[in-house]
Structure formats: C-alpha cells, structure tokens
Design a binder for this molecule. Structure first.
Ligand code: ADP
Length: 141
C-alpha cells in the first residue's frame, strides 16, 4: 500500500480538492498512509499583491493560505485524523515535484484540470506532474 500521499490543491479552485481529498482519504485509510495537503503560492500572485520582496507581507499570504487549507480540509474530510498542511511558493508544478521528492511521497492524488478549461483533458500542472514525478500519480476526474 501507499505510505505517504500528497494532495496538491489550488485554494481558489474547489474542483481541485472536492474529489481528490475524499479519494486520497480512502486510499490513506486502506494503508494507514500519512497525508500531506499542499498549496503552492504562485510567485506572480505575490508580486501582483506587492509583497514579493517584503518578508512580513509574504508571511501574511502564507498564513492566510495555510488557514484556508486547514478549513477546506476540515469541511471536505472532517473525520480524517492525521493530516499535515503545507504552503510553499514558486512555480506550481515545480513545488509539487520538489515536495514529493523531499517528503519521499509514493502517491500524488490530483484533479485533472479546472472545469472551465473544457478543452484541456489534462491541465498544464497535472500534465507536468504526471510526466515528471518519480512516484505514482492518480489523476481524479
Ligand atoms: P488548470 O490549468 O485547469 O488549472 P492545472 O493542471 O493547473 O489545470 O490543475 C490541475 C491540478 O494541479 C489541481 O487540481 C491541483 O492538484 C494542481 N494545482 C493547480 N494549482 C495549484 C496550486 N497553486 N498549488 C497546488 N496545486 C495546484
């Protein structure tokens, strides 16, 4: 079974966690896996908000994102006990791949793309993660 599961979510996009979180919970239960829920703050968002070069400003964004992660996890899978949230910044797919490597993740569970992007069978981040990850990747639809 899987020992360490990573779920990358976009905190502004409910479709990125509504299926992925419950699916990962079931897989984690089956093998008593550790679960990490990750969001990557895009550099461009920080720059747009004018805080990229101010550490206290970044700290605020980071803490807001972590609080958002904690609350969406609590809403989506309230009965799941051992779970870690994590916030990094930079390029989304790089952040996912680096975290997977650093934490020795053996399964990444992620949604395929935003519903609005009807023309894409696989979003750009999902495609890059599926292509380059060293571990298994489950794309949920
Ligand atoms: P789209 O371009 O349609 O948004 P993506 O490939 O970016 O497609 O999104 C697919 C998945 O990528 C999401 O469900 C999520 O798992 C992951 N993802 C997207 N943005 C982020 C982010 N900021 N942080 C972490 N994971 C993300």
């Amino acid at each position: 079974g899987f020992r360490r599961i990573l779920i990358p979510v976009d905190i502004d996009e409910p479709s990125s966690w509504q299926i992925a979180l419950p699916t990962a919970r079931e897989l984690a239960r089956a093998s008593s896996a550790k679960v990490t829920v990750l969001t990557v703050l895009r550099d461009i968002e920080a720059i747009a908000q004018g805080v990229a070069y101010s550490l206290p400003g970044y700290r605020v964004l980071h803490d807001l994102a972590d609080a958002r992660l904690v609350s969406l996890v609590a809403e989506s899978i309230p009965d799941f006990p051992s779970l870690e949230t994590m916030v990094t910044s930079g390029t989304v797919y790089t952040g996912i791949l680096d975290t997977a490597r650093a934490k020795d993740i053996d399964l990444i569970v992620m949604a395929s793309h935003r519903p609005a992007m009807k023309d894409y069978l696989l979003g750009s981040n999902a495609a890059k993660v599926a292509r380059h990850a060293k571990c298994s990747v489950l794309i949920v639809r």
